[in-house]
Design a protein around this ligand. Structure first.
Ligand code: ZN
Ligand code: FE
Length: 258
């Protein structure tokens, strides 16, 4: 299987998975980059997977559906371009001979879903939309901190070698915040150098890996005492034994961090 991160807008990636004949695209906010990639490689689009309703994730859906006839799969509890096959926790999608398990991961939006393929050459694969970013997480537009904490707990529990396909190149700015939260995290400092080198060459920092995110992403580390203490430094009333409360403080801090 080949995994491509097609750049779109200013910092989105449209993920295209293909076996040199057939392809699946995830969150096509634009149709053009996808149509071009399909044409260049002689690929047939077999399915369009959507994680949530935001325009930068669904903007190309209608055009792609019309151009390719590919079926659209998306979150049962959100309004995305119809018709689509509605999915929720426990649903399965079979495509390219692979099985994707659907997880409910509310927080960024109320009905956000993620797609997890446990078995594939190259390791397990996760399409997590705007729920988890490398070094960060999505803004809480429609969900509560407790919902986001539960969603991130679910993702963090996936196998460590899972490749994490996030939909935005936010890594360096996330890591700048992460370093402020946890200046003594050696794995984090090492990862920052690695990502800076990739970006200097114009390369994506993604996909990431779950094991790495557990070590460096403050939003997956809300039960670490150093992270909880830093959160309480920002919001002194934070209950440091409550992971969701720590997450809420981190998220508010990040929203105003420059
Ligand atoms: Zn979004
Ligand atoms: Fe987005």
């Amino acid at each position: 299987m080949n995994l491509l991160a097609l750049p779109a807008f200013t910092d989105n990636y449209l993920w295209l998975l293909h076996d040199t004949r057939q392809a699946v695209v995830v969150d096509p906010g634009q149709a053009e980059p996808v149509l071009q990639a399909l044409q260049e490689r002689g690929l047939q689009l077999q399915a369009i997977l959507v994680t949530h309703h935001h325009a930068d994730h669904v903007g190309g859906v209608d055009t792609l559906r019309k151009a390719t006839g590919a079926p659209v799969y998306g979150p049962a509890r959100e309004c995305i371009p119809a018709p689509f096959i509605p999915l929720s926790q426990g649903s399965r999608v079979e495509v390219l001979g692979l099985g994707f398990e659907v997880m409910d991961v509310p927080g960024h939006t109320a009905g956000h879903i993620a797609y997890f393929c446990p078995q594939m050459d190259g390791g397990p694969l996760l399409f997590c939309g705007d729920t988890l970013f490398s070094g960060g997480c999505g803004r809480l537009f429609e969900g509560t901190p407790a919902q986001m904490q539960a969603s991130l707990d679910q993702l963090a529990a996936l196998p460590g070698d899972t490749r994490v396909c996030c939909t935005h190149e936010y890594t360096l700015s996330n890591l700048k915040f992460a370093r402020t939260v946890e200046p003594g995290n050696a794995a984090l400092l090492q990862y920052i150098s690695h990502c800076e080198a990739l970006r200097a060459q114009g390369l994506p920092t993604l996909p990431s890996r779950i094991a790495l995110e557990r070590d460096i992403n403050p939003f997956l580390r809300t039960r670490e005492s150093a992270v909880a203490a830093a959160a309480a430094g920002f919001a002194p009333t934070t209950d440091t034994r409550n992971a969701a409360a720590v997450l809420a403080a981190l998220r508010e801090w990040k929203n105003e961090f420059r």
